[in-house]
Each structure stands twice: as C-alpha cells, then as structure tokens.
Design a protein around this ligand. Structure first.
Ligand code: TXD
Length: 319
C-alpha cells in the first residue's frame, strides 16, 4: 500500500525534527519545503542516510517548489520566524501573516484534501489566517499548542509528585500564550484530579499555582535558555501525535487549537479546546461543563485571540 504523503512546510528546527520523526516512526513519506535553497534538500539527504542505520524506508524530498506537495495527506506548517529573547509571540504577527498567505496559496493549489496542522506563532491567529488564505474546511485544519502546553504541565507535575509522566494527564484550554487556561479539575494522576491531590496533601494550592505559572511561561523559559530560537523537540513530538491520530484514525482526545463556532459560547475563532481527532479530522469538539471562574478565564483567553485576529484583519484586507 502506498505510504501516506506528509508535507512539512518550513525546514527549520521543528521542520527538520518532524522530518526525522516521521522516518523513525515510519509514518509516511516526507516532502520538506522551505524558501531557502539547499536547506530542505540538505536536511533530507542527511536524514535519509540515517535510514541505513535506523532501518526506515521513508522517501524524502527536499524542495523549494510547492508543486512537490501535491496530493499530501498531511501538511504540517512551521514556516515563519521564531521568537527571539524578549520578543512576544505577538511581535511575530506581521512577518508570519505574510508567510501564512504564501503557504495558504500553496495548500489551496496543491493539497486541498490534506489534514493541516499549523505550528507557526502567534498560533491561534496564524491558524485562523491560514484557514482563510487556504480556503480550507475548518475541520481539516488545526493548530498545535495544547498538546505541547499540557505535555509541559504533565512533565512538571510528574516531577513534583515523583511519579511516571505516563500516569499524569492534564488539560490546558484557551489560546497559546499568557492567557492559556490550565484545568486542574480535569488534570489527574492515575485518574485522581488535582484538587483531590491537594486534599490528600500531595501538593499545596500555592505550589500548584507556581507550576501552572511555569507551564504558562514554558515557551519563554526555553527561549531564554537557547537565546537563538525557541523549543523544537517537544513541539515536533506534539504535532506528530496529532498527525498520527489522523493518519491512523485513532480518535484521540487531544487539546488542539480548533475552529470553534458555537461551543463554549465562542464564535468564529480558533482556540484551544479538547477535540476528537480521527480520519475525519476534527470529528467532535468536547464541550466541558465549566465553573464560572474557568469560563471567565477561557473567555479572557478567547478575547486575546480575537484581538490578534482583529490585528490580522487590519494588516490584510482579505481576512
Ligand atoms: O506551540 C507552538 N505552536 C510552538 C510554535 C512551539 C514552538 C515554536 N513555535 C513556532 O513555530 C515558532 O514561533 C515559529 O513561528 C515556528 C517554527 O519554529 P522553528 O524553531 O522551526 O523556526 P525556524 O528554525 O526559524 O524555522 C522556520 C523555517 C526556516 O527554515 C525559514 O527559512 C522558513 O521557516 N520560512 C519559510 N518556509 C516556507 N515559506 C516561507 N514563506 C518561509 N519563511 C520562512
């Protein structure tokens, strides 16, 4: 049977890591696109040579031409400019909006049936703009943020409790950024919700508060350490988990930036919510019963996404 075709738009830190992971996991064949001549070709040649050792039979093509993504089953977009220290995700808006316009055109012309995962920041606004530029069905285009944010939350909790991260599940709602909404009530250790663990004396409210803050600042903490770019290993793993859910029709319940028009009282926005991902793309949005303070936090987060989208609309009249 033919291998699924996975197009990676952007061959930088995350794009290269994604390309390598697709081979290691044998998820399909890779087309790696970048505007920089030689970069995707060089990375593909390097990765494919590793196949002789790792034993993957993945086909790799590095390219500077959108025609090569034709018929892709999955498109993962990392094209753009990453944050530098001191730069907010929102500073990236202007530059990356132009990139989304070009990428959207490429998807529209060559991969209209693909499941598209956008990673480029500022995430919620970029995926919204990309959907419009590509004229893509909303259930077939999502943004990656929640899987990463909740992975960070899970890691910090597992370290705190000295338990396996496998047994920690966590939910983070809302936009990717300072207003993200970690959800302690729906975050558990082997099914025991965090508020229960506070009662059991595993953690204090204050300590949990500082872990939540570290989760919110998780991206900035890494940017501050790396100084020349942003996180890329865990972001790549997160997008691969989403792509795999689609390609293998796994019906995974994952927090993703999805198009929300109705649920949670949110209209015409991309925002982080739990969804079911299977062969139909976003097959269902899971609408949790939120407490008033959780609802207020989600609304605040949605408002800040809306502000960014309004800024995009100002910058590009097509939006
Ligand atoms: O949770 C999340 N969503 C994120 C998002 C977590 C971490 C990083 N996040 C964002 O992903 C980050 O702020 C960036 O916007 C993207 C990509 O991060 P990466 O670290 O991979 O950035 P690089 O290494 O700079 O790679 C970007 C590549 C680079 O090779 C450019 O030449 C290319 O994008 N680029 C383009 N490719 C195609 N088309 C156009 N127009 C283009 N412009 C730049």
């Amino acid at each position: 049977m033919a291998h699924p075709k996975i197009a990676l738009i952007g061959g930088g830190q995350i794009g290269g890591t994604l390309a390598h992971m697709v081979g290691l996991k044998e998820l399909g064949d890779v087309v790696l696109f970048d505007i920089v001549g030689g970069l995707p070709q060089g990375k593909c040649l390097d990765i494919i040579q590793g196949g002789a050792i790792e034993g993957y039979n993945t086909q790799y093509k590095g390219t500077n031409s959108y025609a090569d993504i034709a018929g892709a089953d999955v498109v993962i977009v990392t094209a753009g400019v990453p944050r530098k220290p001191g730069m907010s995700r929102d500073d990236l808006l202007q530059i990356n909006l132009k990139v989304m316009s070009a990428v959207g055109e490429g998807i529209k012309n060559y991969a209209p049936d693909a499941f598209v995962i956008c990673i480029t920041n500022p995430l919620d606004a970029m995926v919204w703009a990309l959907r419009t530029f590509a004229d893509h069905p909303p259930h077939k285009i999502v943004g990656m943020a929640g899987v990463l944010d909740s992975a960070r939350f899970r890691h910090f909790l597992a370290t705190e409790f000295r338990v396996s991260v496998e047994d920690v599940s966590a939910f983070v709602l809302g936009g990717h950024g300072d207003t993200m909404v970690p959800m302690p009530r729906f975050s558990t250790v082997a099914g025991i919700p965090l508020p229960e663990l506070i009662k059991m004396g595993w953690i204090t409210e204050e300590r949990l508060g500082s872990i939540i803050q570290r989760t919110r600042d998780g991206g900035a903490e890494i940017v501050g350490l790396l100084k020349t770019g942003s996180a890329f290993y865990a972001p790549a793993s997160s997008a691969i988990e989403m792509a795999e859910a689609y390609l293998k029709d796994e019906k995974r319940v994952l927090p993703v930036a999805a198009y929300v028009n109705g649920p949670y009282g949110i209209k015409d926005l991309y925002v982080g919510v739990p969804v079911v991902i299977g062969e139909g793309g976003v097959e269902r949005i899971v609408e949790l019963n939120l407490l008033p303070e959780e609802k207020a936090a989600l609304e605040k987060s949605a408002d800040s996404v809306k502000t960014l989208i309004d800024a995009c609309k100002q910058l590009d009249p097509r939006l």
